[in-house]
Design a protein around this ligand. Structure first.
Ligand code: ZN
Length: 186
């Protein structure tokens, strides 16, 4: 068990595609344990392997709150197979210390993934819940996508980024999301 270094925004590793995991090997199990240690050490809700410099399709979540205890969750090779509705969600990211901003997300998602025992699972998270938003946020990391790519207020967020000595938003990376835009105004 170890606390790993979390890579900050600006490092190109966060912009790369992660590779599929073929087997939940001892090495992957150790990575998962270390990712939980790291996530808790930084008081995070979720952490994706590229954030600790490992380009594998793995993320971990713990969306527990005092009112709503939930188990620790491990997602390997996740794929969103259904998405509906739109919401605006205030998010942060361990790779962006102290930066919180509103982003566009789907309200309901169904994700298919492999758990830490190598078993295929399907989970639906609804109502723009923390779990639902965290799944989308962490899965993006496996595709080199960051939460600021879904930003609502680009220039306001740039100010926050500058204050925290992070690079500003690359406008070329901002997602064109007509489906979400239409739902949000509609
Ligand atoms: Zn993140």
């Amino acid at each position: 068990m170890a606390i790993l270094k979390v890579i900050n925004y600006g490092d190109q590793v966060l912009r790369q595609d992660a590779e599929k995991v073929h087997k939940v090997s001892a090495k992957i199990k150790k990575l998962i344990a270390d990712m939980f240690d790291t996530m808790y050490a930084y008081n995070g809700v979720g952490l994706a392997a590229p954030q600790v410099g490992v380009l594998k399709r793995v993320f971990v979540l713990d969306c527990s709150t005092e009112e709503n205890p939930m188990p620790q969750m491990v997602f390997i090779n996740p794929v969103i197979i259904k998405k509906e509705g739109a919401i605006v969600s205030r998010e942060g990211c361990l790779s962006f210390p102290n930066v919180y901003t509103d982003v566009k997300r789907f309200e309901d998602v169904t994700v298919k993934y492999m758990d830490e025992r190598g078993k295929t699972q399907v989970m639906t998270a609804e109502g723009g819940s923390l779990l639902c938003r965290a799944i989308q946020h962490e899965l993006d990391h496996l595709n080199g996508i960051l939460f600021v790519d879904h930003v609502m207020d680009r220039f306001g967020t740039d100010e926050l980024l500058k204050t925290n000595n992070l690079p500003t938003i690359d406008p070329a990376m901002i997602k064109d999301e007509p489906e979400l835009d239409q739902l949000l105004v509609g």
